[in-house]
Design a protein around this ligand. Structure first.
Ligand code: HSE
Length: 299
């Protein structure tokens, strides 16, 4: 039996929707799993030579967690990964690995947990649902996590949106980026973010990029994180000046995401130049939204 699992990259938060909004991107990690004598992982593409090739790999660890949770033995497997999602980028590489592990285990132990339970478990492992929910469901997803249960809905997007992501060669873990956030926030900032997060979803739904630009601003996490990522504020400003309709930190950073109605090479060039000014090498990704989420194929 061969199991092939594809999981898309995701961009979480989308400005004001901290831990709430996420968007699936047309960039994929594809893993082929075959039964084997022991657990092993071959990583090709992003993460090759960096990710563990054995039991410590996040895919294997996550698969074991699901088997333990349902009280079954996990048969050993070899996973061959072809990864497009850069590690520690703010583009959902850990969410992709977690879902790959859960979907693998779900087939191998024959437990056939429904998607809802897999999503709950994925969010419990990741600690927030805004990457795993769009990675599983596809498209733009609003989610909330309450006592280990995820409530998530896909919001249809009313227009083709072009995405440019700039990724500097700067390491920032999600843990560090979360540790930088204040423990308390004011009522004024809370209200500002709630209202804008709702308007951001409406802007996507109706394809109103002017509204997106007006409302994709944030006071809960970006101001604190931008101080940790040299050049990120300039990259956001540069992308806007070059014609992007809206910009945000992608997830917890360090990448910056820009939205436009069509591919504009100047947006990527501006972000490359501004991040480059802070001394980084920068990779630019031109992407679309993926309306499809994780896909599993069994042969
Ligand atoms: N919502 C999470 C955060 C996303 O901003 O910390 C991490 O990718």
């Amino acid at each position: 039996m061969n199991i092939t699992i594809k999981v898309p990259a995701t961009s979480a938060n989308l400005g004001p929707g901290f831990d709430t909004l996420g968007l699936a991107l047309d960039m994929w990690n594809e893993t082929t799993v075959t039964p084997a004598d022991d657990f092993s992982v071959q990583v090709n593409g992003e993460g090759a030579g960096r990710l563990s090739s054995g039991r410590n790999n996040l895919i294997v660890r996550t698969a074991h967690r699901l088997a333990d949770r349902v009280g079954k033995m996990l048969p050993p497997f070899h996973a061959n990964c072809v990864n497009q999602i850069p590690l520690s980028s703010g583009m959902g590489s850990s969410a992709a690995a977690i879902l790959t592990g859960l979907l693998t285990a779900n087939v191998l132990i024959g437990s056939s947990l429904p998607g809802e339970e897999l999503l709950n478990f994925a969010a419990e492992i990741e600690g927030h649902a805004d990457n795993v929910a769009p990675a599983l469901l596809g498209g733009l997803v609003v989610s909330t996590l309450e006592k280990k249960k995820v409530i998530a809905r896909q919001i249809p997007i009313g227009v083709d949106i072009h995405i440019t992501i700039a990724l500097p060669d700067f390491y920032l873990s999600t843990k560090q980026a979360r540790a930088a956030l204040p423990r308390k926030i004011t009522m004024k900032d809370t209200i500002r973010n709630i209202s804008r997060a709702v308007l951001v979803t409406e802007a996507f739904r109706t394809g109103d990029l002017i509204l997106l630009g007006e409302t994709m601003t944030d006071t809960l996490h970006q101001p604190y994180r931008l101080k940790l990522i040299p050049g990120a504020q300039s990259a956001m400003d540069g992308a806007r000046l070059a014609g992007a309709a809206a910009v945000a930190l992608s997830g917890a950073g360090p990448s910056v995401i820009a939205f436009s109605s069509k591919a504009e090479a100047g947006i990527g060039e501006a972000m490359k130049r501004t991040f480059g000014g802070a001394g980084f090498k920068v990779r630019i990704f031109q992407l679309g939204v993926s309306s499809r989420g994780a896909d599993i194929h069994i042969q």
